[in-house]
Every structure is written in structure tokens, then in C-alpha cells.
Write a protein that binds this ligand. Structure first.
Ligand SMILES: [Zn+2]
Length: 134
């Protein structure tokens, strides 16, 4: 995604494209990925950008609020951010901390549980925790 596309994407979600948001956005939308805030901060600094930790966190929260990225609660101690925003399933490797998408055609449900009275299913997202074979 080039700068113009990124700027258009941010504006389309009502986010004013400041230079710091553009820098965080460039890292996030470089490719589909799952990253935690520390990784983003490291990559931003490796790229030579001067963005504070607080700004990175604020920008990630803003992007989540505006639907540009999604929070993933796979790890109780670290929040992951997913640049793919539609509902999908994940593998989470508890040994390496890596999050991977499960291809949609490899996941299906023969039987859905009976939903609580008065509710409809909004989305189904599954995390399969895996660990390395020792
Ligand atoms: Zn994902």
C-alpha cells in the first residue's frame, strides 16, 4: 500500500492522517499480519521513525475504534492486532506466541450449539491453541 492509498484508507474511516499515524499505518498495512504493540513499536523505530510508545498505543486504539484493525484476545498478557478485519479463525502457538490465520475452507461446524434465548449469532471465531511437538 503506498502513501496515497494509506491516506485514503485513513480518511475513509474518519482518521486524520498525521505523520505519526501514517508511520504506524505503513507498518501495519504492509501485509496481512498479527502483531502486538511492542512489535509495532520496534518496527516503527527500526524504520527510523520517531514515534513515542504512548502515540503507538493511542494510534492502535484509534485504528481499532475506527475498524481499521481488530484486537485479538488470544494471549492473556498481550493484546494482538489483526490487519484483517473480517471474522476469521486462528491458530495460536503457545510456545512461540505466533498467531496464524486458519484458511476458511479448513474450518466448518457440523453442529452449532443452541444459542441463548433471544440471541442471534453475530460471528463465530475460533482460536485453536497449539504447542510445538517436543
Ligand atoms: Zn487473523
Amino acid at each position: 500500500m503506498d502513501d496515497r492509498e494509506l491516506e485514503g484508507l485513513l480518511r475513509s474511516k474518519g482518521v486524520s492522517p498525521t505523520s505519526q499515524r501514517m508511520q504506524v499505518g505503513k507498518i501495519l498495512f504492509e501485509r496481512p499480519q498479527h502483531v502486538c504493540a511492542e512489535e509495532i513499536l520496534n518496527k516503527v523505530h527500526e524504520a527510523g521513525y520517531r514515534v513515542s510508545k504512548a502515540t503507538v498505543y493511542n494510534t492502535l486504539n484509534l485504528f481499532v475504534t475506527r475498524g481499521l484493525i481488530r484486537e485479538l484476545n488470544v494471549d492473556p498478557v498481550r493484546m494482538f492486532y489483526d490487519s484483517t478485519t473480517h471474522a476469521h479463525h486462528h491458530f495460536y502457538n503457545v510456545d512461540t506466541g505466533e498467531v496464524m490465520d486458519i484458511p476458511p475452507d479448513q474450518m466448518n461446524f457440523a453442529i452449532m450449539p443452541k444459542l441463548p434465548e433471544g440471541t442471534v449469532a453475530e460471528s463465530v471465531e475460533v482460536t485453536i491453541k497449539v504447542r510445538n511437538k517436543h
